[in-house]
Structure formats: structure tokens, C-alpha cells
Design a protein. Structure first.
Length: 422
């Protein structure tokens, strides 16, 4: 196997730059630059190449109990572009190869240090912008999905073993009726799988929530958007119908990634372009996770009605003696942000650990197979092979979830999102 190396920190001038090396020649390569420190003990070493002092660096070496599961090393250099460039150039002459994107993490997967869901969790952690995304990614990276899958797998292996026993002893008297226990095992796993697929809320934490601002023309929607964004993201005008397309602003609200949508004013109009904007506003708002309605009067009726969780305010409170919400003066903004956070926290309280479409498909495949196996249980004495086959399909779906089977086509896409040094 090749020994690979790469800069693991961002390029450019910095306090520290970390170069990672992994593979069978990792320790030999470092030994040509300095005296090797004890395993997993950081030591300050002077790096020397052909009599030239390259840098004074913190050097660490690892055996097979490393991130990649193979001998590896790290050089914590001073973050000088010249130092990093010279060290990388020297490593390229030592029968080492520059790592490809995500290759260190791929080796961790191949060597059993991480399962595929943990790899995805690591990618999400690197990309996390909000506290909710960080917490979710850390939970997945810690192996939460793998622990759940292992429990389901053990139950299904027990059920499969019981069914296989009826096949093996088909010509003999089987002393115990296995159907009740198999049904109970399937029911327990099915219940857990359904609980993980009830809601897409976990995926929304990862990808972000959408909150649409709705109201009649000149209700103060664009001013509110600008106030929440802290910048002039939308054009503000006294002319009705100024906003005709949807304007999006990405924010962090209460630790959640939220995309605010400023929409066209809701009203009946003969203007073809404005009418298209109104239709888009209604359609996009219907798909949003939450809607903020700005009313011009308490008894106003808009073209679309609020849903139970939606927030309804009187707009332009600066013209109403401070009653309602105003993006111009900031009246009610803190209350709005707090309420959005409370709603999202309540919705995410029961979020599961499955966060990607791939996870949902794998679990749904398992559910379908287990339902088929359960339906065949009354005929277990006549068709045990059918039940055993469906249990194997369910087990394979769970194995695929962790990356143990049938995922080779996914790996290139997943690892391409990683940086070279990861």
C-alpha cells in the first residue's frame, strides 16, 4: 500500500500548519528528518534535511491505533508557506504520494476505524455552521447510528437463525414453535425503524429550515428581512409590488440554520409578472417549515391562511404606537427570533439519528422486507425459505447503511467533498 502525505490545515500563513503522513513508510520518512519520538507522545524536534534545518516542529507518531488504522505521523510546523512547501517537496522524494481528497478518512473506513455513517458525520461536522448542526454531526460521528444498527442486526440475526433451523430440520420434529419469537423480534425492529423514519426533521437540521415572510404589499416584509439579516438584502420602496421574486437570506437563529424568504406581496393583481410572483410566494411558503405573517390590520384576510405553528404579527409597529412588529425600529424583533427558536427546538426535540436520503432508503428497504417476512409467518411451516430470504434482504439493507456492502459507487461522491488532508 502507498504511503500518503498532505497538508491537513488550510493553506496560507498561519500560526501552525499540520502535515499528515499515513502508510507503511510513514515512520521511516519522519526518521529521515528527525529522531522519532515515542508513539503517541508529542515531542519538539528539529527537522533537518541534508544538513539544512527546515523547522522546529512538534512531531507525533502513531502505530495501528491511529485515525487511519495504519502507521502514521503528524508534523506540526510553523505556518509559513515557505516551510510547508519545502517539507512537502522533500516528502515527495521519499517514495511517498500526495493524498487524494478524503483519502485519510477512506483508509479509516477501509480499516474499520469508522463506518460509513461516521464518515458522513465527519463530513457534516467539517461543514457545520450552527450549533444544532454541530451537535447532530458529533452524535453521528460518535457512532450513534452504528450502535442502533447493531442492535437491529443482532435481533434479525436471531430471527434468521430460528427460521434457518426450521429449514435444517424440515424432516424432523422441531421441539419449539419459533414463530412467536420471530414475530416479536421483527415487531421490535420494525417499531424502531418506523420511529426513525416518521419525520425528516433530522435532515432539516443538517440542510437548514426555511421560514417565509408573507403579507400584503407594503406590509413591511422586506424591511423585516433586512433587519433580521443586518444588511440591505432586499430593495425597500413605498411602491406596492416592488418584490416580485423570492429573496433568500441564510441566518443562524437559536443555533439552527435558517433560510429567510422574502416573498411578493399577496394580493389579486392584473399585472402578469406580479401575479407570477404572488403564485411563487404562495407555493414556496406552502413548502416552508414556518411562516411569518405581517398584517396591516387585525381583521385582514390574506390569500393564504396561517397554519397552527405560524407566527402572525401586525406589521409596521412604528406607525401603530409600538404595537406589533417593525423592521424599521426593531420593535418585536427579539420576540420574533425567540419564538422561531422555540418552535424549531420543539420540533427537533425528537429528532432521530438518520439524517440523509441514503439512510431513509436503506431503512425503508428494511421495513418492506420485514413486513413481507412478517406476512409470511403464518405459513412458516410451508415457506420458511421465503421468510429467511426477506430477513436477509433486511440485514443487507442495514449492512449497506453502515457501508459494509454495496456502497462502492457512493464512496467517490462522499470523499470528493473532503479536503486533501482529510
Amino acid at each position: 500500500m502507498d504511503t500518503i502525505y498532505a497538508l491537513a490545515t488550510a493553506r496560507g500563513r498561519a500560526g501552525v500548519a499540520v502535515v499528515r503522513i499515513s502508510g507503511p513508510r510513514a515512520h521511516d520518512a519522519v526518521a529521515q528528518l528527525c529522531d522519532l519520538p515515542p508513539m503517541r507522545v508529542a515531542k519538539l524536534r528539529r527537522l533537518v534535511w541534508q544538513g539544512d534545518v527546515l523547522d522546529e516542529a512538534l512531531v507525533l507518531t502513531f502505530d495501528y491505533a491511529s485515525f487511519t488504522g495504519e502507521p502514521s505521523a503528524e508534523l506540526h510546523l510553523h505556518g509559513s508557506n515557505a516551510v510547508v512547501a519545502r517539507v512537502l517537496q522533500i516528502l515527495s522524494t521519499l517514495d511517498l504520494r500526495m493524498a487524494e481528497a478524503g483519502e485519510f478518512t477512506r483508509r479509516a473506513l477501509e480499516n474499520g476505524k469508522l463506518d460509513l455513517t461516521q464518515v458522513e458525520g465527519l463530513a457534516d461536522l467539517i461543514d457545520a455552521d450552527t450549533e444544532a448542526q454541530r451537535k447532530q454531526a458529533v452524535r453521528v460521528l460518535s457512532g450513534a447510528i452504528g450502535k442502533k444498527v447493531e442492535g437491529w442486526r443482532q435481533a434479525l440475526l436471531r430471527a434468521a437463525a430460528l427460521i434457518e433451523a426450521t429449514i435444517d430440520f424440515a424432516d424432523e420434529d422441531v421441539p419449539v414453535d419459533v414463530v412467536p419469537e420471530v414475530r416479536e423480534l421483527i415487531d421490535v425492529v420494525l417499531s424502531d425503524l418506523h420511529r426513525e423514519t416518521v419525520s425528516a426533521i433530522s435532515e432539516r437540521i443538517r440542510d437548514g429550515f426555511e421560514v417565509a415572510i408573507l403579507g400584503a404589499p407594503n406590509a413591511g416584509k422586506s424591511t423585516l428581512l433586512n433587519a433580521l439579516a443586518g444588511r440591505d438584502a432586499a430593495i425597500i420602496s413605498d411602491i406596492a409590488g416592488t418584490t416580485r421574486d423570492i429573496i433568500e437570506v441564510r441566518l443562524d437563529i437559536a443555533g439552527f440554520a435558517v433560510t429567510l424568504l422574502d416573498t411578493a406581496g399577496l394580493r389579486e393583481t392584473d399585472d402578469v409578472v406580479e401575479s407570477m410572483g404572488v403564485s411563487r410566494a404562495i407555493s414556496r411558503a406552502a413548502d416552508a417549515d414556518l411562516r411569518i405573517f405581517l398584517l396591516q390590520s387585525a381583521d385582514e384576510v390574506l390569500l393564504t391562511a396561517p397554519l397552527p405553528d405560524d407566527l402572525v404579527y401586525l406589521g409596521k409597529s412604528d406607525l401603530r404606537d409600538g404595537q406589533g412588529l417593525s423592521g424599521k425600529t426593531g420593535q418585536g424583533i427579539d420576540d420574533l427570533i425567540e419564538k422561531i427558536g422555540q418552535i424549531l427546538e420543539r420540533r427537533t426535540a425528537s429528532a432521530g439519528v438518520l439524517i440523509r436520503e441514503r439512510h431513509r432508503i436503506a431503512v425503508q428497504t428494511g421495513i418492506s422486507a420485514l413486513n413481507a417476512a412478517k406476512s409470511a409467518l403464518p405459513r412458516a411451516g410451508d415457506q420458511p425459505e421465503l421468510i429467511a430470504a426477506e430477513l436477509r434482504v433486511a440485514l443487507n439493507a442495514l449492512e449497506a447503511l453502515l457501508g459494509r456492502v454495496d456502497v462502492e459507487m457512493l464512496l467517490g461522491e462522499i470523499f470528493s467533498s473532503f479536503c486533501i488532508g482529510k
